[in-house]
Structures are given as C-alpha cells and as structure tokens.
Design a protein around this ligand. Structure first.
Ligand SMILES: *[C@@H]1O[C@H](CO)[C@@H](O)[C@H](O)[C@H]1NC(C)=O
Length: 399
C-alpha cells in the first residue's frame, strides 16, 4: 500500500501519519551570517519597499476628473489698424470653451478691409511672371491665396505676379509684432475648477478646498509659498514657474501644460488629499531647431461695407494652456495585503535555497555537509512485501 511517495501498512495508518521534515542545523558562523543577511535583505525589501514605499497593503485606483476654466483680464492696445481698443475675455479667449484647455490670444497681425476682388498674388514660385502666358486662368493650389485670372500684373514697381481672384488686399507674410500686442495677457488670471473622483472608493473632491471661502477666492492668486491652495493662476506665473519668459513666448505663441497631481492615501484623513500643481512648456522651444515656432490660428470678422461683404483677417498668435490631471489613490484592502505577504514568505523560502546552494557548492567542507544533508537509500525491489524503514526517513511511533 503506497501513498504520498511512502509505503504504509494500511490505508488507516497512512491516513493518521503526519510527516514533517527533518532539519539539518549547520553551526557555522559564515553560513549563519549569510543566512541572516539574506533574510534581513528580504525583510527590508518586504517591509521597506513593498509595505512602506509602495504601500503593498493598499488597493489602488486612478483618478477621473473634469476641468472647467474661466479667464479674466483686460488689455488695452493702440495700433494704426485698430486705433485705441479694449480687449476683454470674449475677444481673446478662442473658442469660448474647450475641453481641458483654453487658448489666450497674445499677439496678432491684422489684414483689414478685405473684399473679394482681383489683386496681384504675393511673389513666389508659381506666381511670378513676365507676361500673361506664365499665368493659367483657373489655376490654384494650396500655397496660393486665390484663383488665377490669367493676367500678369504689377505687384510692385519692380516685380510682376499673376493676378488672382481672392480676398484682397492679401495678407502680407509679416513677422508678428515684438513686443507682443497683448503683452498685458501676462497679468490675466484663470480660475481652474477641477473635480475629481476615485470610483472604486466612492471618493469625490475638488480643487476649491473646503477651507477656501468666497471672499478669499475673489482676491487670491496662486503662489507656491504663500497661496498654494488658491486655484486662480496668473498666466505670467504659469510661464515663469515653467522656466519660460511669458513675453518671449507670447510673440509666436506656444503650448503650456498645467499638471494637477492628486496622489491620495485614503487611509489618512480626507483633508490630506490635496492637489499639487506643476507647470511645463509642451511645445518645442529649442532655439537651434525651431523652424516652425509657436502656435497661431487665423480667423476673420465679417461685416457689410456699403452692401459689399468685407472682413478683417486676423492671424492670431497665442498660448494654449492644457490642463492635465493625474493621480492614484490607495486604500487598505485585505486581498493585496495577503498577496504581498504570500510573495514575501515565498521570497524568505528562497533564502534557504540560496544558502543551501552556497553551502553545497562553495564551502570548504561541502562534502561533509552534503553527506549529512542527503541520506542515500538503495533499491528495495519492486515486489517486496516487507515494509522497510530506511534510516533516512524517520518514522516515529506514537503510542
Ligand atoms: C502687470 O501688472 C503689474 C502690477 O499691476 C504692472 O506693474 C505690470 O506693468 C503689468 N504688466 C504688463 C505687461 O502690463
């Protein structure tokens, strides 16, 4: 009758056998030290890294969030095209609302009073001509401003180009004004309202913290040292926190990232769960390889001028602010705790394997250790009826 690799007299005896391993204790300072050292390393890993640092006893969830923004501020410009002009939110935030981002106009080139007529195309390949034969009636491509009429006309005193049917006068490829037209955008402020949720823990919070009242909110501006909880940001501060100069960036436009980090330990009081704000520039600003710098958009304002449709074309440069919300929350849960304890115990077991291997492979007395550790037994034959008790496997009778 055989079971579990051992042979027993009967089923009942087999059932009531309890097998336990025999332990070989090696009284050696070096192996003992090695063993304790490995155990200490594993324990330090389990306690220090898994439990304390990685919080292995917690279940985690990632944040879901919603963001709304409201920009405030007024700028005054005085240009030859527009005269004295006030810019408010409806003028410089384009479009009025976006998802997780907002665009603030900081600089512009205006081509005023365009109408649909004929004029000379800007000089360039495909448009410079010497006679009407160089221009093809009805021809147009994506680099040109209109449809060619087939005539070659004077563009300037020295240059001739093909005539086009287009919004005339054409936009000139001027560089954006420097300093930027809406330099005052630096002093605009934006209120960023961010509500977050950790669905697994049914936890909700927003970045207007419970202790912030409306009178504080109406006059505070975010400052990392004095007002770290204020959700109102000055655009100039956002740029300088990211290590950028707002006025330089405002000339050609760009993209700024506002990162809101919500890392929460929900085993702790709820008030400890706070957002942290960081800022960085997202578009390329490398001055050595900046072929197409910044960010610009075109839009037009249409009006009727004596019954004729006219428009003011604006090439607007501005900064787009992208709001990115990150975060992870953790809360005690028995399942990951047990999983990590189990993994830790398995690692502790591995220490024995490592020490055994070192003892039996590298120690001076490895032969002796090996003899003590392994008991070798011969072949007792397949058909033997005798119950044999080899000395290596200790059967202990209990009366
Ligand atoms: C921003 O506001 C400050 C203080 O109100 C003012 O001194 C500064 O000139 C303003 N900056 C711009 C570019 O208008």
């Amino acid at each position: 009758m055989c079971c579990g690799g051992r042979c027993c007299v009967s089923m009942t005896q087999c059932f009531f056998d309890y097998s336990t391993s025999k332990v070989l204790v090696i009284r050696s300072k070096s192996v003992g030290t090695l063993n304790r050292f490995c155990q200490a390393v594993v324990l330090a890993y389990i306690i220090g890294y898994v439990c304390v640092l990685k919080k292995g006893y917690q279940d985690t969830d990632t944040v879901i969030s919603s963001v709304t923004t409201k920009v405030k501020g007024i700028a005054l410009t005085n240009t030859s095209d527009l005269g004295l002009r006030i810019w408010d939110v409806a003028d410089y935030v384009i479009p009025p609302q976006e998802e997780n981002s907002f665009f603030v106009l900081t600089n512009l080139n205006i081509t005023p009073n365009q109408t649909q007529t004929r004029c000379a195309e800007n000089p360039g390949p495909g448009s410079t001509c010497t006679s009407g034969r160089d221009c093809k009636r009805g021809f147009h491509d994506s680099r040109q401003n209109g449809v060619q009429t087939g005539r070659c006309i004077q563009f300037s005193v020295t240059e001739k180009t093909c005539e086009v049917l287009a919004w005339c006068p054409l936009e000139k490829g001027n560089d954006p004004p420097d300093p930027p037209l809406l330099a005052e955008a630096m002093n605009f402020t934006v209120l960023i309202k961010n509500s977050i949720r950790y669905p697994k823990f049914n936890f909700n919070k927003r970045n207007i913290l419970p202790h912030v009242n409306s009178s504080y909110l109406s006059q505070c501006v975010f400052n990392r040292t004095t007002d770290p909880d204020c959700p109102i940001f000055r655009l100039g501060d956002i740029a300088s926190e990211a290590g950028e100069d707002f006025q330089t960036m405002a000339v050609h436009g760009g993209v700024m990232g506002v990162q809101i980090l919500w890392d929460c330990n929900l085993d702790m009081p709820e008030s400890w769960c706070m957002p942290t704000y960081t800022f960085r520039r997202l578009d390329n600003k490398d001055p050595d390889n900046n072929v197409a710098p910044g960010y610009n958009i075109r839009f037009a304002k249409y009006y009727k001028n004596g019954g004729k449709e006219s428009r003011n074309l604006v090439k607007g440069y501005g900064i787009r602010f992208e709001i990115m919300v990150f975060g992870k929350a953790g809360k005690f849960n028995i399942v990951p705790t047990l999983l990590n304890i189990g993994a830790g115990l398995a690692l502790l077991g591995l220490v024995n394997v490592v020490c055994d291997w070192i003892v039996l492979t590298f120690m001076r007395n490895r032969q002796q250790y090996s003899q003590e550790k392994y008991a070798y037994v011969g072949d007792f034959g397949l058909l033997s009826n005798e119950v044999t008790e080899p000395s290596g496997t200790g059967f202990v009778e209990d009366d």
